[in-house]
Structure formats: C-alpha cells, structure tokens
Design a protein around this ligand. Sequence first.
Ligand code: GP0
Length: 809
Amino acid sequence: MTLTTTEFKTEFTKVFEALYASNIKDASSVQQYNALGNFIKVYSSENWNQTNQLYLDNQVKQVYYFSMEFLPGRMLKSNLLNLGILDTVRTGIKEMGLDFEEIVGSEVDPALGNGGLGRLASCFMDSIASLGIPGNGNGIRYRYGLFQQKFVDGYQVELPENWLRNGNVWEVRKENKAVTVRFGGEVYLKEDGKNKLRPIYSNTQNILAVPYDTGMIGYENDVVNNLRLWSAEIPVEEEINYKTVADREVVNQITEVLYPDDSNYEGQLLRLRQEYFFTSAGIQSIVRFFKKQQLPWSEFSNKIAIHVNDTHPALCVPELMRILLDEEGLGWEQAWNITKRSISYTNHTIMQEAMEKWPVQMVQELLPRIYQIIEAINQRHIDKKVPLYGEELTYRTTIISDGYIKMANLAIIGSHSVNGVAQLHTDILKEETLRDFYEMYPSKFNNKTNGITQRRWLHLANEKLTHLIDEKIGKEWKTNPAELRQFKAYSKDKDTLSCLADIKLENKQRFAAYAKEKYAIELDPTALFDVQIKRLHAYKRQLLNALHILDRYLKIKDDPSLELQPRVFIFGAKAAPSYIYAKQIIKFINALAHLINNDPDVGDKMKIVFVENYGVSLAELIIPAADISEQISLAGKEASGTSNMKLMLNGALTLATLDGANIEIKDLVGEENIFLFGLTNEEVNQLNREGTYSAKRVLDENERLNRVLECLINGMIPDIEEEGRVIYDSLIRYNDEYYVLKDFESFVAAQERADKLYQDKEAWNQKALINIASSGPFSADFTIMRYADEIWNVKGKAIKNRSFLKGNQ
Ligand code: GP0
C-alpha cells in the first residue's frame, strides 16, 4: 500500500467532513487530530482485520501479555511512522495549511501506568507487533489515569486525569465480546451426576467486563495486533438490582482509577477487585477463542502463552484452573499441567513493600471459589515438596502463610518461567530474594534484560539524530538495531561529531524554549544538561543529586568568581500521594531551585528545572536534550531501569552506580565511556551484614558534607523548616537507609570528572557517539525475541539476526 499526498488530502478531507460536516480550517486542533486519528484507523483497519484472520486461520500460537498498566504515550505519530506514511501525511497536512505539530500536541498522553513497568509493557507491544509476533495486550481501561501533578508553593498537588474528556479515537468498543466476572457470594461443590464436582454459587455480584480494543501497529510490516482493555459495567439484566447511586458506584469504581503506587504496596480491597476483574475477563476471552478452534485441550499450551507482568495478574493461575476444572470439566492434573505450561511471570522488583500479599479473609470473601483453588494448589505443593525438600524449605515457599496469600509464590508455583529484568536483578532473585524457589525450580529462572523501542525513543523523539544516522550507516538499523554499531566507525570523524553536537544543541534549545514558556526560566543551552527523570523514591536517591547541587551552590557562594562548568539540572518525578517522605523531597528540591535560580551570584552557572507532571511526552522532549543521565540508585535496588537506555540511545553519558542495567551499559560502552561511582551491590550487602554503618561518622569525617547537611536545618533554604528536618533526620537519626552519605564523596568526584570532560567538546561528543552506537542491544526488539524464543515459544515473521537471541545476556 502506498499513499500519495494528494490521495491523503482527499481521503482525510472526506473523513473530516463525515465527522464534523464543516470546514476543516475552522476546526479546533483537537477536531483535526480526531479526524486524523479516524483516518489512520480506516487506513489500517484492513490490516487489523487480516492480521486477526491470519492468526485464526493458521491457528498460530499467540501471546497474551497481562499487565495492570500500559503507558503507550501519544499514538498519532507512532502509528504514522509504523504505517510508513509519516512524511506523506506531514506534507499533506502542511499543504492544507494546517499545523502538524499542533495537531500532534493536542492528543492526550494516556497515563494508564505509573512508570517503568507500564512503559515497558507498551515498548513490548510495539516490538511484538513490529516483529510480527502474534501477541495481545490485556489490561484495564481506567476512566482516570495517573494523577496530574502540579506544584503549588513547591508542594506536589494531585489533580484527576480525565484523559477521556475528548473521547479516544484509537479504541473500539466490543460489547459483543463482553464477559461476566463474578465476585463475592457463597459457593459449594455439588456432584453433577457424572462423577464430577461442580460449584454452585449463590448471592454473587455479577459484573460485565466490556473490552475496548486498540490496534498495535507493527513497523512497516502490515501487522496490527490488539491491545484489549476492560471496562466494568452493570449487566443490563441486573440494572434492577442497582437502586442507589452507591450501589452503582461499587461497580463503576472497579475501573475508575489507576492506583498511583509505584513499588509501594497498598492493601486495598479495590485493588484486588481490579486484579481479578481484568485477569478473569482476559482468561475467559482466551478460553473462548481457543474453543472456537475446536482443538483438544492438550493443544492449549501449544497455542497460548499467558504472560504475567509482575504479580498484579497472578490470579491468572487460579482463574485458568477454575475455568478448566469447573466449566470445562477437566481433572486436576490435566488442568494444572495446562496452567503451568501456559503461564510465565516477570518479577520487577525486590523491594519488600512491593511484594503483594492479600489477607486470606479478604480473598475468601471476595473470591470464594478462587480461594478454594488457591488452597488446593497450596496443599498439593506442600504434599509434593515436603518429601523432596523437607518441611523447613517447603514451608518457606507456601502460597498461604501467616494469614496472607503471597502473590509472588502463587505466580512462581503456577508458571513455567520466572524472569528478572536485568542480569544483576536476576542474580539477586536467585541468590537472595527467591533463593528457596531457585533451589526447588532452578530451570524456571532466567534473565530478560529490559529494552526500549528505538522507534519511539530515537526515530520519533529525535528525528534529526535519526537522519544523521541514516545518512552515515543507512536504514538497516531500524529493523535490526544491532546495526547501530556501524555508527562507531564515525567516532573520530570531526564532521559527524560536529553534526552530533549541533543536534544536541538544537534539542537543548527546544527544551529551553519549553522551560521559558512554561516556567519563565531562562536556560543557557550551551550549559551541561543533567537529567534525572523517574518516579520519586528514596532508593532512587534524588536526594543525593540534590545534595550535590547544594554543595555546588555553597562553592559559588564562597567564591562568586569561581569558574564552574555551567549546568542545568533537570528533574521529572511524581511521588505516590501517600508517600510523604517522597513529597518532602520534592518540596526540598523545589525550594532549592527557587533559591538558586533567583540568586544573582549564581547566574548561568546553575539552573534547576523540576518539570511538573513528568510522563511519556515530556520524556520525549527531555531525553534528546540530555548530556548526563543520572542513574544513581543504591546498588541492588533498581531492578533494571529503562530511562538509562533511552538516554544512552540519545547520546547522554551515564553517571551511575553499578545497579540494574547500568552494569550492562558499562559492559557495552566500556568503563571509559561512563561515569561510575558508589558502593557495589556486594559492598552494600557487606555493610548490611556488618551492621556497623554510621551516617553520623561519615558526617563527622567530612567537613564539606557537614556544611551541606547543615543547610537543611539552618534556615538558609527558605520555607523547608519541616521538610529539611525530616530529611536531615532520615539521614542522621535513622542512619541513612540508602547510603546517600556514604556515596556522596564518590558521587561528587564523578560529577567533577564529568565537568572536566565536558570542557573537551570533542572528547565528550566522541563518547556520546559511542554510547549511541552501543545501544542497539537494548532494543526491545531483542528483548522480545528472547521472550518469544526462550519463554513463549512463539514465532514472529520478522525475527532476524538470531545470534542476538543468546548473545550478551
Ligand atoms: C517495578 F515493582 N517497576 C515495580 C513497580 O511496581 N513499578 C515499576 O515501574 C520498575 C522498576 O523499578 C524498574 O527498574 C524497571 O526497569 C521497570 O519496572 C520495568 O521492569 C524501573 O525502571
């Protein structure tokens, strides 16, 4: 299919007129965007339909990626890119006298995820489609996304995110595919006359799950896969039972809002309802699809792979068991084999507070039949493993203990594969966090280092850099990102290096223009842009970054004539609304920014921009403008990180601890092309074991650090009396859980090395180029190939370069 500009203009005009019956020039940009979205939907509908048909006709194995969160970002441009009509459409729009970028900007960025985990799911959807792998997403259609963040006097304020206000062009409501999800009531098992026990339910609450489907368009390959998000509704025939507003609320609430907790577990009944709601709906629709093909049950796991993204969808295990046992009449052993062979699980964190567990009583009341099944799974596990591993080990691995149901244990026992998201993370899972399970099931464990889609994070976010790379090494890298390594050949080419520098400067100017318009802050685009963008969490140590800034500030105050490498410090971070300490750090950084940005002694030597409402679209603006990528979590705590990969791909140099995928970045670029600092994981473990760490002592031995910390409590920074004290106490009184003070010295030294290198523009640009050229292995295309090959056992029509499957993991 090729599309000419003229054809586009004609078709687009038709679509617009059919929608709005008016002149396109008078329309608002939202209306223009809506029409363009509709045009794309029509344009790609044949492929969507055909992809479905092809999968059905050939009875291919399909993946279902279950995730509580998807963070797709704006879809207009990425759909145009993947359809191969971005330039045609852009030209056409321009010829019609419309503003393409304004149209693009009027799309809301759906915030249906918290951060890394949700964005990873969306990068994966892009790669799955682009590799031609038969794959589907399964999640929740939240009416309200993650809260919008505003700063009022430097404090985070949360506003509702009504992303559906203007409708959503991409989705298709499929009420014909709705299913019923049952909650509560009582259940007992009854002999069905054929020697089988069947459950009899009474007093249940039945809720209708209605799917909204969105096409996931593959890159120039005619594939359109499906992302299915479920919405909760009252079944029409039960309307009569919902008499009060409060009654109806209970139902609507299920898919009303995304939980704003990131790696922070909140024990809420509603959360459990959400989890069961979308897993049950998803599993029901999978089984329905499977039955349509009239294959024997023994074929189920040859045709279906169910992936559980973190433990949020772990109820897939008992739900699939329930359907196979109760509705399809299979025996336990057969059902259990099918379940285990179909399901696989990714762990995303070792933070204890993020390990989901549900009170037994809650599950019993909300999901009585599911509880019975979990109990049976647990009992069989015990009966089988005690003779093999003894009581002690076995009882440490049970699903039910101390009155709780442990979701990770359920996911591990009920699946055939457990993976971590970077090598170090997987090693920690095997050796520490999940050691008992690793002893029981060594072959289940494997690593799948995260990845990112180069289409959104380079091609779309940094078009100029894309053109430069195309010009130098051709376009092969777009379908085989390993080819990016060819770019290394230009690391000594003066002309290429200066183009690279020009592009970076332009991207920085673009961000500076944003900062000026939005915050009235004047930035010097030739300054070094230092970027830390991720959720606000103590373990990610935004505080360490801020203390370094404070240290620099003191130096300037001591000697205003001091020559310092000018820097712009950029932060983007939301804090979970209930995470008070994280919010106090935000206030602290904002207060510091206010002080420094307005101090005439400082001038252009330093500016701080804390962007509000950080999300995918802002990431696309910030990442191409970054010189330094701050990846400074305490070693062992950040499972992988993914902003580290995006920043590297855009030519930022990483300043990092040896944590998560930073280690793999170091291995790829070499130690001379990254700034490393801080404790290693082993050193952290040793300090923890010894238990002799004293933050106070570090402070006493370091005059400079002492001065910095005093500023938290001596009134120098206005308006942080309370926050300053809390932060000070967290470091000194509560002995600095994340070793911020311990790593301070070495962090500052790394920053000084960075400053020094930045003086030598050519050397810096060379390293930036090497970073770009080394980032190919972090393409989600490769990550997904490995999932496809080693976990899901599915084939894609465009899996090239098989050497990458096993390589460097
Ligand atoms: C991990 F447990 N992550 C969680 C969670 O609840 N939310 C979340 O976003 C993140 C990790 O922190 C990560 O290291 C990782 O790369 C990402 O999941 C995807 O695996 C942050 O980037």
